[in-house]
Write a protein that binds this ligand. Structure first.
Ligand code: OGA
Ligand code: MN
Length: 285
């Protein structure tokens, strides 16, 4: 175990899980009271490392909700879609039930995305815990959007400065025709966010292959092509960590600086995940 980060609570150790991002935290039971100093340290670690991993937590929906609420307001009512989503204790259950085809909601999670990027203020943190996993599959991919930004040429960085991306809740229906249509009045309005954002002093690409449509202020075809180019770049293998879940693992990631996706798996198998979202507090800029 390395001590990359000095933890304030005795017994906590940390281990980097990828060359550019991700930190496994051991020795912290997230169901126990957490003092203010340790909570600040966790916030700092989630900002610096973008993805925190806590193995073997085995949280109930109540535990997950209580831990998420230590970071902020978790109320993030889902839009009115035809997808069936179960919610207990403010926690969303997602996954596949075994023997039934994946729902539209589950299909969309297979595209690289940021949670709620179509909102004016997208999600800050997502907490996801594995309840049931199929053997050898059902992994989750994470992409480091700061590393992806840093790897761009100076010319590309300068070109992207000030560019705006249109994020739409229904953009994915362009190429994913298995998602049930929505009544027009239920579709949330699109949001416009900068392509390059600054988060805690560091520049990142802010993209989602689920909700991004095109980059504005240029001919439409060029704006679509630029969006495709950026997604392909940001999901190159060197920016990606794939988490192989054991039931009971908890992942908490910063949606401002990462993208994630459910790695496609055999959806006839049962895979159950529980998830909480902590609201962001500032518009991306
Ligand atoms: C999510 C999500 C991916 C997965 O919970 O927001 O995208 O692997 N999950 O289940
Ligand atoms: Mn998601």
């Amino acid at each position: 175990m390395s001590s990359l980060a000095e933890a304030p609570t005795r017994g906590i150790t940390t281990r980097p899980i990828h060359p550019t991002f991700g930190l496994e935290i051991t020795g912290l039971d997230v169901t126990k009271p957490i003092d203010a100093e340790t909570l600040d340290w966790l916030k700092d670690m989630s900002s610096k490392h973008k993805l925190l991993l806590f193995k073997g937590q085995n949280l109930s929906t109540g535990d997950l909700n209580a831990f998420a609420q230590k970071f902020g307001d978790t109320a993030q009512p889902p839009p009115k879609t035809s997808a069936t989503v179960t919610r207990t204790d403010n926690i969303t259950e997602l996954g596949t039930q075994g023997g039934a085809p994946a729902s539209g909601y589950e299909v969309v999670a297979r595209f690289w995305h940021v949670d709620s990027s179509w909102r004016p203020i997208p999600t800050w943190l997502t907490l996801l815990t594995a309840v049931e996993m199929p053997e050898g599959e059902g992994h989750t991919g994470f992409a480091d959007m700061e590393a992806a930004y840093n790897a761009l040429s100076d010319e590309r960085k300068a070109f992207l400065e000030g560019k705006q991306m249109v994020h739409s809740f229904t953009a994915l229906r362009r190429y994913e025709n298995t998602i049930p249509p929505m009544a027009e009045e239920d579709v949330p309005p699109p949001a416009v966010h900068p392509v390059v954002c600054t988060v805690d002093g560091r520049k990142v690409l802010f993209l989602s292959n689920q909700t991004c449509y095109y980059v504005g202020n240029m001919p439409f075809e060029e704006g679509c092509a630029l969006y495709e180019e950026l997604i392909a770049h940001a999901t190159s293998p060197q920016f990606v960590y794939e988490h192989v879940w054991s039931p009971g693992d908890l992942a908490m990631w910063d949606d401002r600086t990462t993208m994630h996706r459910a790695v496609p798996y055999d959806s006839s198998k049962r895979r159950i995940m529980h998830r909480a979202e902590v609201k962001g507090t500032q518009v991306p800029s």
